[in-house]
Design a protein around this ligand. Structure first.
Ligand code: GLU
Length: 416
């Protein structure tokens, strides 16, 4: 697994590949869209439990706001850096436009390993991030949400801090909140649920279905466990799972409930008694029908793309396949359902959450899921039609759809 691929360069390469099909109509707007509109870097002081003061670095990248407020999560990870945040914000602009959500793209991050912080320190850090950035946030400006290592509890601290600073309860500034303070039903499972809707419809378009498929999931956060349960319910066999420590593989199927119990006890999947153990790198190259990378970027690169044995990839993580690996997989006729479609269920229900906050009227879980299914299936149709008509991979097909919408909005607003 190569760490040398700069994710922001990957995002730009993906945009350039799609713009070939839109040029020269939006040349001016395209040049602008290659860079985030604004990147804010802040230092956040936290008084630690031992009385010392530590400084943390945080970012918010606002990539494109032509179609609406910037939208995207905040990541807590020791490897967060400016280029990663810029890439993730670019992918959010493309993702929101692929789904035709009236939103732009943004992303934030703090360089921290949250596992090393106490609950009080984590709360201080989260509130400190908002104190440094609140002037740039708001329901019509920029709406953060959870991402890697952040969750509803952190959103609750953040929306509380924000509302105190601006002097009014403003739930629509953050999404992915707990339901008790204006979160949406179905947001907690939305990323995985959206992925299952897309996968089901994609397979249907090939006269196939999920039942009987052997699936491997490279996991880290919460989405992959939900995904594993949903796929199992749909009749798939989960033959492999991994976390940051390693992987297990068992062609007769893995007991997901047992894995969930292990993870709840802060143990690794490798503590599971059945199955063969592999490293994360070996794991990705094992045979299966569907491989679901649901961890971090740059997992499938030039170094392993030729060795992938999966027949189909569904990107639940952001940016797990690099552009060079994409080309190899495309030439090997291994389709990749790209992140900007496959994991868009999360931001789609975030959008629903914001809509409900605006109305102060809330939908049932069933209503949310029905609306999510419609959105995901519609977006898949656009992407399939675009990639078929241009004879390009699904990712480029999606980028063409999304970029035409973004660039047209920029042109209409005469963005400078
Ligand atoms: N962090 C998620 C993503 O990468 C969700 C973003 C959101 O809900 O705004 O799509």
């Amino acid at each position: 697994m190569s760490q040398s691929v700069n994710p922001f360069e990957s995002a730009r390469t993906q945009m350039k590949a799609a713009y070939e099909y839109l040029a020269p109509k939006y040349d001016h707007e395209f040049t602008l869209a290659l860079s985030p509109e604004r990147i804010i870097e802040v230092s956040i002081p936290v008084v630690m439990d031992d009385g010392s003061t530590r400084m943390f670095t945080g970012y918010r990248s606002q990539h494109n706001g032509a179609r609406g407020p910037y939208k995207g999560g905040i990541r807590y990870h020791q490897d967060v850096n400016k280029d990663e945040v810029m890439a993730l914000s670019t992918w959010m602009s493309i993702k929101c436009a692929t789904l035709d959500l009236p939103l732009g793209g943004g992303k934030g991050g703090i360089i921290v390993n949250p596992k090393e912080l106490s609950e009080r320190e984590l709360e201080e850090l989260s509130r400190g991030y908002v104190r440094k950035l609140y002037k740039y946030l708001g329901p019509t400006q920029d709406v953060p949400a959870p991402d890697v290592n952040t969750n509803g509890k952190i959103m609750a601290w953040m929306v509380d801090e924000y509302s105190k600073l601006v002097g009014s309860w403003t739930p629509g500034t953050f999404t992915g909140k707990p339901v008790s303070i204006g979160g949406s039903l179905g947001r907690d499972t939305a990323t995985a649920q959206g992925g299952v809707y897309v996968l089901t419809s994609y397979l249907e378009s090939k006269n196939e279905n999920i039942a009987g498929k052997k699936v491997m999931i490279q996991g880290a956060g919460n989405a992959w466990l939900v995904m594993a349960h949903l796929l199992k319910e749909a009749g798939a066999t989960i033959v492999g799972v991994s976390d940051s420590h390693g992987a297990i593989y068992d062609t007769s199927g893995i007991d997901i409930t047992a894995i969930e119990t292990l993870k709840a006890a802060k143990k690794s999947v490798q503590d599971h008694i059945s199955g063969t153990h592999y490293t994360n790198a070996e794991f990705l190259e094992l045979p299966c029908d569907i491989l679901i990378p649901a961890a971090l970027e740059n997992q499938i690169t030039v170094e392993n793309a030729n060795k992938i044995q999966a027949k189909l990839l569904l990107e639940l993580a952001n940016g797990p396949v690099t552009p060079d690996a994409d080309t190899i997989l495309f030439s090997r006729s291994i389709p990749v359902i790209p992140d900007i479609l496959a994991n868009a269920g999360g931001v789609t229900v975030s959008y629903f959450e914001q809509v409900q906050n605006g109305m102060n009227y809330f939908w049932s879980r069933e209503e949310v899921q029905e609306k999510l299914k419609l959105k995901m299936n519609q977006a898949l149709k656009w992407v399939l039609a675009s990639s078929a008509s241009h004879n390009v991979m699904l990712r480029t097909g999606a980028y063409i759809v999304a970029m035409e919408r973004i660039l047209e909005a920029m042109k209409t607003r005469a963005t400078e």
